[in-house]
Design a protein around this ligand. Structure first.
Ligand SMILES: Nc1ncnc2c1ncn2[C@@H]1O[C@H](COP(=O)(O)OP(=O)(O)OP(=O)(O)O)[C@@H](O)[C@H]1O
Length: 265
């Protein structure tokens, strides 16, 4: 695979996020209650927590796929009332169009915006290069490995120039080496674009490696207490050496918080 291009990845749009008093109930079950969270423009925030604590629910509400039962969500100062092109979403399953080539998948969003053809082609090529897939631009998703398909999914979302990138376990289905590669690339892309990122993961190590701050959620229906934010941990490390004592100290702090059992309401 070719080395990803670090040039020409111009800073994209970026937005702050304000979540206040967010509550989501499914019938009688309150999945998540009273979540407050502010994210600065350009920040990378990871969300961790045990299964069922409401991580994906929070992300889906930010994406506008679901409406909150109570509370408010603003992205870039505008209330979220549904999905919008200002927010790009990457899931664990790549969600590519199998009948389109890599280039056509990445060009899809810009083409729908009716940008001039040359600009669409330039955008597609730039983001395909950014994820290291230039040599594969004319191949189809079925011909690519899972890691390569997820690179295409990331390029496709970035080509739409979102101001907020929402990622739900995007590397969860990948083997450890591919996952590490994509983490490094995402970190580099974030450094270059400064797009605000909210990244849901089960891996505390991945969260500490990638994020400026880690939101720890606890609770959930099976705990008898709604999912909520237990703590927000800043990752104040000069580098992200996963073997360093400082890195492991932050991991331990977060792990202890994840396993905090909230008192039933
Ligand atoms: N469409 C739905 N209908 C009913 N309950 C739901 C629905 N979606 C989510 N829930 C419930 O809301 C709670 C939070 O779910 P959510 O998927 O957000 O948790 P999560 O932290 O992302 O879990 P996981 O780590 O397993 O993906 C769970 O108890 C879940 O059963």
């Amino acid at each position: 695979m070719s080395t990803p291009t670090t040039e020409h990845l111009a800073a994209g749009r970026t937005a702050d996020v304000a979540v206040a008093g967010l509550t989501k109930a499914y019938g009688d079950v309150v999945a998540m209650a009273d979540v407050d969270l502010t994210i600065a423009s350009g920040e990378f925030v990871a969300v961790v927590g045990a299964s069922g604590c409401g991580k994906s629910t929070l992300l889906r509400i930010l994406a506008g796929f679901e409406r909150a039962t109570a509370g408010t969500v603003e992205v870039g100062g505008t209330a979220v009332t549904g999905p919008g092109p200002d927010r790009g979403v990457v899931f664990q399953d790549y969600g590519l169009f199998p009948w389109l080539s890599v280039r056509e998948n990445v060009a899809y969003g810009p083409a729908r915006k009716k940008l001039p053809k040359a600009q669409v082609a330039e955008l597609a090529d730039r983001f395909i290069a950014a994820v290291g897939l230039t040599r594969f631009a004319d191949t189809y998703p079925a011909q690519l490995s899972g890691g390569m398909q997820q690179r295409v999914a990331i390029a496709r979302v970035l080509a739409n120039d979102p101001s907020l990138l929402l990622m739900d376990e995007p590397f969860g289905a990948l083997d450890a080496l591919t996952r590490a590669d994509l983490q490094t690339e995402l970190k580099r892309i974030h450094t270059e674009t400064r797009t605000t990122v909210v990244f849901v993961t089960h891996s505390i190590e991945e969260a500490v490696y990638l994020a400026d701050r880690v939101v720890v959620m606890t609770g959930g229906a099976s705990h008898g207490v709604p999912g909520h934010v237990q703590a927000v941990v800043p990752v104040d490390l000069p580098d992200r050496d996963v073997t360093s004592p400082a890195f492991n100290e932050v991991k331990r702090t977060i792990s202890d918080l994840v396993h905090t059992v909230a008192a039933p309401a």
